[in-house]
Write a protein that binds this ligand. Structure first.
Ligand SMILES: Cc1ncc(COP(=O)(O)O)c(C=O)c1O
Length: 376
C-alpha cells in the first residue's frame, strides 16, 4: 500500500488516524523473468479451461454494463454448493474486503476517555499471533482496540481454560481465527473450534482461506452458531487471485448487516463469471488439491532429510526452520537464486520461512537451491 507522506503541509488535511497508519505490506509481486514465486500462496496451476472459457465468453459488450449488484447467481450457486440459503452468503472483492467490512459492521471505534470493560470489549478486535497479518491493519484502520494473544510454540489452538488465564476477552466484539493457521499451516479440529466458538460472545470469523488443503472444515459451526461466520476465498485453492472473489457464510442477520454497508457493485462481473464456472468444475480442482498435498509431503520430507524442522501443514504452504543458517539468510540466499519465499520479521516466526507449494519443477529447483546454499 502507499507510504505515508511524512511532514507534508497536506498532512493537516488527513485525519490523524489515517496520517499515522502503517499500511498492509503484501508479499512481493516482482515481474522478473524466470522467477520462482513461492511467497503468496497462489495456486501454481491455472484455473480450469472451462473457467478461462467462461471469462473469455463474458468479455464482450457486457463490459460497458454494471455487474449484478448482489451477485445473485453466484450466491445461489454457493448456497447450493454449501447446502444453505443465498441469504447466508455475501460475496466480496476478495475475502479481504469482507474482513474489512466486518470491522465496520461489528466493532465500535475507540473513543477518548477511559472506557468501561463492556465498552472496551465492544471496541475490540481479537486474534492470535501469528495469524493473517492483515488483521491488525484492519483494526488500526477502523480505530479499534486490538487484542493479540500469542499462540504457543507449536501454534496449537489454546483451550478455553488457558485463554481464561490469558488476556483473551470472550466478549470481544470481533474475533478472527485463521484456520488452518497462516503462516504456520497448523490445522485446528472442528471440535476444538466449536469449544472456542461456544465461549465467544462477539462475532467470530473462521477465516478458512486455506481450508481446501486441510483435513476438516468448520462450516457446520457457521450453521450452528448465529455469531459464527466462515470466510472462504476463490483466490488460493481455485487459482483466482486475479479476479478477487471471496465470500462469507453466516446467519442472515449478520450477513444482512454487512450487505448494507458494502459498495453497490463490489464484485466485478468477470470475477462473478469465473467463480460460477469454477463451481461447476470442482473435479478439476480436487485433482489439483491432491497433487499439491503430494508435493507438500515430498517437499517437507526432503527438507527434513536435510535437517530442517518442518511443521505439519494443512495448507498449500509449509513453515520450515533451518538449523545451520538463519531463516533470514536462507530467504536472502534463495532470493539471489531467483526464488522468492516469505520471511516474517516477527517474534515467534522469524526463525522460519513460509514456502508456498509450487509446481513439481519449482519445488525441485527450490530444493536444489537449498542444498547448494547448505553446501556453501
Ligand atoms: C488467512 C487469509 N485470509 C484471507 C486472505 C485474503 O484472501 P483474498 O484473496 O480472498 O482477499 C488471505 C490472503 O493471503 C489469507 O492468507
Amino acid at each position: 500500500m502507499t507510504a505515508k507522506c511524512k511532514g507534508s503541509p497536506l498532512d493537516r488535511l488527513i485525519r490523524p488516524l489515517v496520517r499515522n497508519l502503517r499500511g498492509y505490506v503484501p508479499g512481493e509481486q516482482p515481474d522478473v523473468p524466470g522467477l520462482i514465486k513461492l511467497n503468496t500462496n497462489e495456486n501454481p496451476a491455472p484455473p480450469s479451461p472451462k473457467v478461462i472459457r467462461a471469462i473469455r465468453a463474458a468479455t464482450d459488450d457486457r463490459l460497458r454494463l454494471y455487474p449484478d449488484p448482489v451477485a445473485q447467481p453466484l450466491r445461489e450457486a454457493l448456497a447450493k454448493f454449501h447446502d444453505c440459503r443465498p441469504e447466508n452468503i455475501i460475496v466480496g472483492n476478495g475475502s479481504d474486503e469482507l474482513l474489512a467490512l466486518a470491522t465496520r459492521a461489528f466493532v465500535e471505534p475507540r473513543q477518548t476517555g477511559t472506557p468501561t470493560r463492556r465498552q472496551a470489549a465492544k471496541q475490540t478486535i481479537q486474534y492470535f499471533t501469528p495469524s493473517y497479518s492483515l488483521y491488525p491493519i484492519l483494526a488500526d484502520i477502523h480505530g479499534a482496540r486490538r487484542n493479540e494473544i500469542r499462540l504457543p510454540a507449536d501454534f496449537g489452538l489454546p483451550d478455553n481454560d488457558s485463554l481464561r488465564k490469558s488476556n483473551w476477552d470472550f466478549n470481544a466484539a470481533l474475533n478472527y481465527i485463521t484456520t488452518p493457521n497462516a503462516p504456520s499451516g497448523r490445522g485446528y479440529t472442528t471440535r476444538e473450534l466449536a469449544k472456542l466458538c461456544t465461549a465467544q460472545n462477539g462475532v467470530t470469523i473462521l477465516d478458512e482461506a486455506y481450508v481446501d488443503f486441510a483435513d476438516e472444515h468448520a462450516l457446520r459451526l457457521a450453521k450452528r452458531f448465529p455469531h459464527v461466520i466462515v470466510s472462504r476465498t476463490f483466490s488460493k485453492a481455485y487459482s483466482l487471485c486475479f479476479q478477487r472473489i471471496g465470500y462469507f457464510i453466516g446467519h442472515p442477520v449478520l450477513i444482512g448487516a454487512l450487505d448494507r454497508i458494502r459498495d453497490s457493485y463490489n464484485v466485478n462481473g468477470l470475477g462473478q463469471a469465473a467463480a460460477l464456472a469454477t463451481l461447476v468444475d470442482t473435479r478439476y480442482y480436487q485433482k489439483q488439491f491432491r497433487h499439491i498435498l503430494h508435493l507438500r509431503r515430498e517437499t517437507a520430507a526432503a527438507l527434513e532429510a536435510l535437517g530442517f524442522d518442518v511443521l505439519p501443514s494443512q495448507a498449500n504452504f509449509i513453515f520450515a526452520q533451518p538449523t545451520s543458517l538463519t531463516a533470514e539468510e536462507w530467504f536472502h540466499q534463495l532470493r539471489q537464486r531467483n526464488i522468492v519465499t516469505r520471511w516474517f520479521d516477527a517474534p515467534n516466526v522469524r526463525n522460519r520461512l513460509r514456502i508456498t507449494i509450487g509446481t513439481e519443477t519449482e519445488m525441485g529447483k527450490f530444493l536444489d537451491a537449498t542444498r547448494s546454499i547448505l553446501e556453501r
